[in-house]
Design a protein. Structure first.
Length: 164
């Protein structure tokens, strides 16, 4: 079974590794006032869904899904090798790479935040919550990009199995 590794991912033309001197700007740029919450929930979900996860270093990436589209933020756990990804909510269990697990977990977190922020933004007269829409866009853009054929078929199957 062939799965995309970090090296192959980094070599894609549409993927940019955020340089060390710009890391401090990454979380506030994409997640604003929710940056600490997003980061912590990603760490928590990694711990919940990956047996091998005991903390670690994350690379920050920006994915360009296409001309004129907003960049998609992605935090990728830098562990090497295969890991076991599980989702007890839908009975998924599979072997994958930290890269693919990071994508799947980011999708869950972005979706979670869009729903939570949408609840906060509701009023009797009007629903307008830019933060909820931003996280919703991150979710759909990352999902669309992951299923666009750029990943290997096995990677798409893992993401779909874990998130659906």
């Amino acid at each position: 079974m062939r799965m995309m590794g970090k090296k192959e991912f980094s070599e894609l033309d549409v993927v940019k590794l955020v340089p060390d001197d710009s890391r401090i700007e990454f979380l506030p740029q994409y997640f604003g006032q929710y940056m600490m919450d997003v980061e912590q929930i990603i760490f928590d979900r990694m711990d919940r869904h990956i047996k091998e996860y005991k903390g670690g270093y994350f690379d920050f990436y920006e994915i360009n899904p296409g001309p004129g589209e907003d960049l998609i933020p992605l935090m990728v756990w830098t562990k090497e090798g295969k890991i076991n990804l599980e989702n007890c909510n839908n009975y998924f269990e599979g072997e994958t790479t930290p890269l693919i697990a990071s994508m799947a977990i980011s999708m869950l977190v972005y979706n979670h935040f869009s729903w939570q922020l949408a609840k906060i933004g509701r009023s009797k007269d009007d629903f307008e919550n830019k933060d909820a829409k931003r996280f919703d866009k991150y979710y759909w853009d990352l999902r669309g990009w992951a299923y666009s054929g750029v990943l290997y078929g096995e990677d798409e199957i893992v993401i779909a199995g874990f998130t659906d």
